[in-house]
Design a protein around this ligand. Structure first.
Ligand code: SF4
Length: 222
């Protein structure tokens, strides 16, 4: 008989809120590193919880670790990560100021798509990170991040480059940088979308008298 499946010990659910956000994020990361909730723990080299400050106003969520991320235990350090860094720097952002993570914290073999049961098993970790950081905006890199955080949203080809609002939080979907590595047309789309992200972040930083709700590209979903 296999071992009974137990609910994850997600720190956000267990620990006193007296702990600061940095400490709570660290505890989530430790849980991820120990996690055996789905079979990906059998094939990963290292889990990749995420990286960045707990005070980040912008969070970026990708799909899953790739080969290099799996080796190093850090998100977006391969070719797609270098493109992400370049795109962020192109709009005046440093990745040091952003918390970067993925839907899945362990690499699927051969970089295949995440399975629904893996996404469900890993969901409490991403949810806890969002809850702790409480970012103003979440950059959704690719369709898996979009589907995970806004179920029922239009497809990525329809809503990339637009602000989606769910409650108080804004989400900004765009294509995954890996898809643009060898596709110059998609790269141009991604660069344009990052310019729109810059404008959205500027509106968020503007004084309350500014009229962010009147921005034409904003979609209210729920
Ligand atoms: S992908 Fe997520 S649920 Fe699966 S083993 Fe890794 S951390 Fe655990």
């Amino acid at each position: 008989m296999g071992r009974p499946v137990t609910a994850p010990r997600v720190p956000e659910q267990e620990l006193s809120r007296a702990l600061g956000p940095e400490a709570r994020l660290r505890l989530v990361a430790e849980e991820v590193e120990r996690c055996q909730r789905c079979p990906l723990h059998l094939t990963r080299t290292r889990a990749v919880p995420g990286f960045g400050p707990a005070t980040a106003r912008l969070m970026a969520v990708g799909e899953a670790p790739g080969e290099r991320e799996d080796r190093e235990g850090r998100p977006f350090v391969g070719a797609a990560g270098q493109l992400l860094t370049r795109l962020l720097e192109g709009i005046g952002l440093s990745r040091q100021d952003i918390f970067i993570t993925n839907v899945l914290k362990s690499r699927p073999p051969g970089n295949r798509d995440p399975l629904p049961e893996e996404v469900a098993a890993c969901a409490p970790f991403l949810d806890a990170q969002v809850e702790i950081i409480r970012p103003q905006a979440i950059l959704l890199l690719g369709r898996h991040a979009l589907q995970r955080l806004i179920p029922g949203a239009p497809g990525i080809s329809r809503c990339h480059g637009q602000v989606l609002r769910v409650g108080e939080r804004s989400y900004f979907p765009c294509y995954h940088p890996a898809a643009a590595l060898y596709n110059s047309q998609l790269l141009e789309v991604l660069e344009r979308d990052f310019q729109a992200l810059r404008r959205h972040l500027d509106r968020l930083a503007a004084p309350p008298a500014a009229p962010p709700a009147a921005a034409p590209e904003q979609l209210g979903l729920f």
